[in-house]
Design a protein around this ligand. Structure first.
Ligand code: ADP
Ligand code: CDP
Length: 209
């Protein structure tokens, strides 16, 4: 399951995994965890060589239960801090560094290799799991995506969210390493006019085809 921020990847993937009794992996949380650790360490994020040099160090572990996904760095639970604005504002810069991607893609493939799973991110159908049985590319209008994010977060506005998302969309889709794009064989689903339950239903019908 790939797509831009707020298109519904996490909610839809968790719903599909629950319905099918499968594991679930949020690869965005791994990029966020790497970014949180780099910030903690005081790494200069404007220097890709400095980020690359430290990318092998943090020990990132993820739980794959769709009812309670978890993420730790060096045994510390970082589920809360990785959603804070500081990490959200920095993650696309860290995720553009090829050494970061190589490290996390390797970890993701190890988790995927343990059995059937629903995986969400930006490069799952294109890079991480090009042989996936079902590939979905979720989209939604920029306004709908910003409205959804605003409803989840306290103390923000639709305008601020739309601007932050537009910046991240541009960084994620124009970077050299594994840019966000629709995979060959993926089904595009525009979730703008649909409810979450309708989107989950559409994806389940693709799985059953
Ligand atoms: P992403 O992982 O792509 O950033 P999320 O799943 O985190 O997206 O966020 C989507 C938010 O929008 C959730 O709060 C979800 O409940 C809400 N939402 C509202 N309508 C829909 C829809 N049609 N499809 C998916 N999510 C929806
Ligand atoms: O939930 P949201 O879509 O806002 O973001 P996320 O899935 O938590 O991903 C955070 C960031 O990590 C993205 O903006 C990308 O920069 C990066 N990412 C990536 O490059 N590749 C992935 N497979 C997943 C996330």
């Amino acid at each position: 399951m790939d797509g831009p921020s707020g298109s519904g990847k996490s909610s839809v993937s968790r719903g599909v995994a629950r319905a099918l009794g499968l594991r679930y992996l949020d690869t965005g949380a791994m990029y966020r965890a790497m970014t949180w650790w780099m910030l903690q360490q005081g790494v200069d994020l404007t220097d890709p060589a400095a980020v690359a040099a430290r990318a092998g160090e943090p020990e990132i572990t993820c739980g794959t239960d769709p009812d309670g996904p978890s993420i730790q760095v060096g045994g510390v639970d970082v589920a809360g801090p990785i959603r804070e604005a500081e990490v959200t504002g920095a993650v696309s810069v860290v995720a553009a560094v090829p050494e970061v991607r190589a490290r996390l893609v390797q970890l993701q493939r190890e988790i995927i290799g343990a059995g059937d799973i629903v995986v969400e991110g930006r490069d799952i159908g294109t890079v991480v799991a090009p042989d996936a049985a079902v590939k979905v590319y979720l989209t939604a209008s920029a306004e709908a995506r910003a409205l959804r994010r605003t409803a989840e977060l306290a103390g923000t506005t639709v305008e601020a969210q739309q601007a932050a998302m537009a910046r991240r969309d541009t960084l994620d889709s124009t970077r050299k390493a594994d840019p966000l794009s629709m995979a060959d064989g993926a089904v595009e689903l525009d979730t703008t006019p649909l409810t979450l339950e309708e989107v989950i239903g559409e994806v389940l019908s693709l799985v059953k085809e």
